[in-house]
Design a protein around this ligand. Structure first.
Ligand code: ATP
Ligand code: MG
Length: 264
């Protein structure tokens, strides 16, 4: 469904501070796959997601969606295909708008021009039902401004927003990283349920090795812009955190010891 061919992105090319954020990345994601992406700080995980949605323009390689080359398509043309939660919780929702306005905007994404936030009675009922299912008690607070909600509540709304328009691909960039463990567990449970119910093809970045192993059907490990390890099916199910760390060392990388990967 989504194919990345030799994707390469260099920041500050030719300068002393040159960074190879993506180097010859090859990845094929099939319909219904749930891929977890693990990697150290600066491995290129966020850049990978941004390249897929068009926020970062790779200097080499191609991105194919259902066989069509979308490498040069602008962000707005891709918006209807991808549902994304950004790494910073403040980037995925609009703090000044109410819960229902945020949801209304998301439900129309990719279908109408501009930011339409009109909330019809039918939409309102749909939102109320969707919010009720999350179990956060937000169904009575549709007119509350986003900025007044807790981080977990905001990421839950962001998750509903990202999935409302039934995207071809759901892209999650460490959407649990800013949450306390209990809330993270709750939001992850909801993520898994939505992915299953709507059969969403999903790419989820995490720096938590246990989460990368526990969730999804495939695992991809990145380091310094490259994919250094992949596992799927039974091989993924048999992975352990210790085993993953070993894989990392086997790939010739010895600088994992002081990385937050081990702290999570
Ligand atoms: N817009 C940019 N301009 C310059 N350098 C960038 C830019 N975006 C990313 N980089 C650099 O590219 C590399 C990869 O960054 P990226 O954000 O993709 O890493 P990451 O794997 O998401 O890391 P983290 O776990 O910290 O979120 C890093 O060295 C980063 O500093
Ligand atoms: Mg990142």
């Amino acid at each position: 469904m989504l194919t990345l061919e030799s994707l390469t992105k260099t920041f500050f090319a030719g300068e002393a501070s040159e960074v190879r954020a993506l180097e010859d990345v090859e990845l094929t994601i099939g319909d219904g796959d749930f891929v977890t992406v693990i990697g150290s700080n600066g491995a290129g995980k966020s850049t990978l997601l941004k390249a897929i949605v068009g926020l970062v323009r790779p200097e080499a390689g191609r991105i194919l969606l259902d066989g069509r080359d979308i490498t040069s398509d602008p962000v707005h043309r891709r918006a209807g295909w991808f549902g994304r939660i950004a790494q910073d919780p403040n980037d995925s929702t609009c703090a000044g708008m109410t819960i229902e306005e945020n949801l209304a905007m998301a439900s129309k994404r990719g279908r109408v021009r501009g930011l339409r936030r009109a909330v019809t009675p039918v939409l309102r009922e749909n939102f109320r039902a969707a919010l009720k299912e999350t179990g956060l008690g937000l169904e009575g607070r549709l007119e509350t401004r986003m900025g007044l909600l807790s981080g977990g509540q905001r990421q839950t709304i962001a998750l509903l927003m990202a999935t409302l328009a039934n995207p071809r691909l759901l892209l999650l960039d460490e959407h649990l990283a800013a949450l306390d463990p209990k809330t993270a567990e709750l939001v992850m449970g909801l993520t898994d349920r939505l992915v299953r119910e709507r059969r969403l093809t999903t790419l989820m970045i995490t720096h938590n090795m246990a989460d990368a192993i526990r969730w999804g059907s495939r695992l991809v490990m990145m380091h310094r812009g490259r994919i250094i390890f992949e596992a799927a099916g039974a091989a993924k199910a048999a992975l352990t955190v210790e085993g993953l760390v070993r894989k990392f060392h086997e790939a010739g990388h010895r600088d994992l010891a002081d990385d937050r990967l081990l702290l999570s």
